[in-house]
Design a binder for this molecule. Structure first.
Ligand SMILES: *Cc1c(COP(=O)(O)O)cnc(C)c1O
Length: 477
């Protein structure tokens, strides 16, 4: 076959139609299967085995390839998926992924992705509205990690000595953040070149929230050491235990010291949509910037992240340098030329995923979802509290619950308890009926669940507890 005929074949509309229907059928079958709690959540195989599998030429064509990828993936749509904080995408939102995948508009400049650019502004405005920003604005960007870095770059750009972007600096800048914060905040600081001295870790209280009473002395010490404190990052919530920082307390401190206040609401920012739980985000309206992942608690595929600013102009300061070939020297701040304000040049049409859900089901779906998951976590915590063989790390703020198994016949040696829980978690993963993860708090290991799946019920969770009891007995005999 010559080259031309291959290309012609690859773009044939009828083949696409047929393969598209096939894939949708495969995925709909997966949904039906998992929602009926059939099959496993995980089916772990050693990496070398899968490498060998894919290097062999046993897989032919896209249908076979898709099916094998489905089979070799963790099934987030299975109600017994209670692992990492990735969303369980609403199927119609995954279709919008296919839409943007085929249209493939770059969205850096308005000409490329006009409709999706207007949609992005509407969705950004909805977020700002629910945060309580008046005159706010922002952008969508590729993930919470990048959004936090971008927010901190904006903070740096609006610092009183704004010249770092053009002149660089040898001054020691720093930010303050809870020791429980997501590691990407630490990473952002190091990317900005401030080193380990650029991050001041604020201790947490018994509830794993930032001890805001410690801010004042840490700030004074940093200033005395010649550091320039630029911002405080609040976690809403922190990843490990799902505990929200006291955003008002941080806002008060930032106001007094004239610091930038950034809220990392990657996981729990969508509480703004819950009438019952929006109090957890209270104080975010006083923050200068807020990050919210839609691919965690807003039912979209990854990566879909909103970076919101209280003053919309701040988002135009982040990357001051001009790419003249894109903007031809235009002076005014055009909301619709997005690459000016985002790290990405070519950007995926990601806000369409959120807007698709809103158009299909109304914005109330986010209230229903967040409220349901946060309620379920509280009910689960109560069951754990009432049992005499489980220990809760902390009563949950969000849909993340950390706990461990301490059977009556177990010694009280903390190392033994951690070791037992580590083994239990490994056994569960290998067997694949549930998927949960683990977290280390001080020296203790806890089992950790994120209740992401809207079909997970209390009965599912009680089954996990029973399974843990069985595994424990097997481990100890
Ligand atoms: C998940 C998470 C991040 C990182 O976001 P990505 O979208 O995975 O890059 C940052 N902060 C918190 C609190 C998170 O939960």
């Amino acid at each position: 076959m010559n080259k031309e005929s291959l290309l012609k074949k690859a773009y044939d509309p009828n083949t696409f139609r047929q393969k598209g229907h096939e894939l949708v059928n495969q995925l709909a079958d997966l949904l039906a299967h998992t929602q009926n709690r059939k099959g496993k959540v995980t089916n772990p195989k050693p990496p070398e085995e899968l490498l060998k599998f894919w290097k062999s030429h046993s897989v032919q064509g896209s249908h076979d390839l898709f099916q094998n990828v489905i089979d070799q993936s963790t099934k987030v749509h299975h109600p017994k998926y209670i692992g990492h904080q990735v969303s369980v995408p609403v199927p119609v939102s995954a279709l919008s992924n296919l839409l943007s995948g085929l249209l493939n508009n770059g969205m850096g400049i308005y000409e490329m992705g006009e409709g999706a650019t207007a949609i992005e502004k509407i969705v950004v405005d909805i977020f700002c509205d629910h945060i309580g920003y008046k005159g706010g604005g922002g952008v969508f960007t590729s993930g919470g990690t990048l959004a936090n870095l971008t927010g901190l770059l904006a903070a740096r750009a609006s610092y009183k000595e704004k010249k770092i972007w053009t002149e660089g600096t040898s001054d020691q800048y720093c930010i303050m953040v809870s020791e429980m914060a997501h590691y990407c905040v630490d990473r952002a600081v190091r990317i900005m070149g401030w080193g380990e001295n650029g991050i001041i870790k604020v201790p947490v209280n018994d509830g794993f929230s930032m001890d805001t009473l410690a801010l004042s002395s840490l700030y004074d010490k940093a200033t005395k050491d010649g550091k320039k404190v630029l911002a405080i990052v609040g976690s809403a919530p922190c990843t490990a235990t799902g505990s929200y920082d006291d955003l008002h307390a941080i806002a008060d401190f930032c106001k007094d010291q004239k610091l930038w206040f950034h809220v990392d609401g990657a996981h729990g920012g969508p509480a703004i949509f819950s009438k019952k739980y929006n109090y957890l985000m209270s104080g975010a309206e006083r923050a200068d910037s807020v990050v919210i992942d839609a691919h965690k608690m807003m039912l979209t595929p990854a990566l879909t992240t909103a970076l919101l600013f209280k003053r919309k102009d701040d988002s135009y300061h982040t990357f001051i340098q001009d790419a003249y070939y894109l903007w031809e020297g235009q002076e005014d701040r055009e909301w619709y030329n997005l690459a000016r304000r985002t790290f990405e040049c070519t950007k995926v049409m990601m806000a369409v995923r959120v807007f698709t859900i809103i158009k299909e089901y109304g914005i109330k779906i986010f209230d229903e979802y967040v409220t349901r998951q946060y309620n379920l976590a509280r009910e689960f915590a109560e069951v754990l509290e009432q049992s005499d063989d489980f220990e809760l790390a902390i009563f949950p703020d969000s849909n993340i619950v950390c706990f461990r198994y301490i059977p009556n016949y177990q010694s009280n040696n903390q190392e033994d308890i951690s070791e037992l829980n580590r083994k239990i978690r490994k056994d569960i993963f290998q067997k694949g009926d549930f998927y949960l993860v683990q977290t280390q708090q001080n020296d203790d290991l806890y089992l950790r669940v994120s209740l992401m799946n809207p079909l997970t019920t209390m009965d599912d969770l009680k089954e996990v507890l029973d399974e843990i009891r069985v595994y424990s007995r097997e481990e100890l005999t």
